[in-house]
Design a protein around this ligand. Structure first.
Ligand SMILES: NC(=O)c1ccc[n+]([C@@H]2O[C@H](COP(=O)([O-])OP(=O)(O)OC[C@H]3O[C@@H](n4cnc5c(N)ncnc54)[C@H](O)[C@@H]3O)[C@@H](O)[C@H]2O)c1
Length: 258
């Protein structure tokens, strides 16, 4: 029997088959989880529906995480689909304007600064709050989000997204404290560079990859499936006493000083 047999999960952030969220979803589905998916925008709807169908998903629905109405509706639909319960939540969503991932961080305008933090960090708080009653109904749950070293150190070009990740990382710790009372755990995976749609908008992404390959202890790239394996651990009962933490899947790059 799979380790997620009988578990119900919601995955936000699949855009296509390269998405990290899809790497995670495949692991959860292989373990027996039943998964609902959200997509943002009509442009990617059909590819998300196709991927979701391939793992027998009972619910695929639109969600722009900037909208409280969308978030509220999605979690109502999830409650209806999964008999009022939710065990697993995967938050793999981030956005910053392409122009803010190439110039100087110093030049980030106010509106786009807040947009990056809204989509990439506040959305975790909104989703965790909406998931709380559904997880509580089943005696607890587990939440996972995706972060990057650029929230802890200055990584050229990562800019406002790094500030958003720092906010996300701190949010994980505060949510862990609040939700721990209800046996709801929350953790993050900090991934090394993976070639996805979102990564393509970061200027100098190939340089980031080259540096990881040269300087990380393992001298190799990671893939979405590596993140999926780490996420599966953190979301599973094996990690029942792990919360508020970050697991690095980056070939060890974060451990290096040069
Ligand atoms: N690719 C990497 O190298 C890397 C490394 C570390 C962390 N991450 C993080 O992994 C997560 C997933 O990114 P990815 O690399 O798989 O790219 P991706 O483009 O496949 O996924 C990003 C997702 O965010 C969604 N999204 C953006 N704005 C949204 C909004 N307003 N409402 C709802 N959804 C929205 C997109 O639809 C997409 O599905 C992000 O948090 C990213 O920062 C990526």
């Amino acid at each position: 029997m799979g380790i997620f047999e009988g578990k119900r999960g919601l995955v936000l952030g699949v855009a296509n088959k390269r998405s990290i969220a899809w790497g995670i979803a495949q692991r959860l589905a292989a373990g027996g989880a039943e998964l609902a998916f959200t997509f943002q925008g009509e442009r990617i709807e059909s590819s998300v529906r196709d991927l979701a169908a391939s793992v027998g998903s009972p619910l695929v629905t639109a969600c722009d995480v900037r909208s409280d109405d969308d978030v509220g509706r999605v979690f109502r639909e999830v409650g209806e689909t999964f008999e009022g319960q939710l065990d697993l939540l995967v938050h793999s969503v981030a956005y910053a304007a392409a122009e803010d991932l190439e110039g100087r961080f110093t030049d980030t305008p106010r509106d786009r600064f807040w947009m990056a933090l809204d989509v990439s960090a506040y959305s975790l708080v909104a989703c965790a709050r909406a998931a709380e009653p559904l997880m509580d109904a089943g005696g607890g749950g587990s939440i996972l989000t995706m972060t990057y070293l650029g929230g802890e150190r200055a990584v050229p070009h990562y800019n406002v997204m790094g500030v958003a990740k720092a906010t996300l990382d701190a949010s994980v710790r505060y949510l862990a404290w609040d939700l721990g009372q209800k046996n709801i755990r929350i953790n993050a995976v900090s991934a090394g560079p993976v070639r996805t749609l979102a990564a393509r908008s970061i200027a100098g992404f190939p340089t980031m990859e080259a540096i990881v390959e040269e300087r990380s202890p393992l001298h190799r790239h990671i893939g979405a499936d590596d993140v999926g394996a780490a996420a599966a651990y953190l979301l599973s009962e094996d990690a029942r006493n792990v919360t508020g933490t970050t697991l690095y899947v980056d070939s060890g790059y974060h451990a290096m000083g040069m």
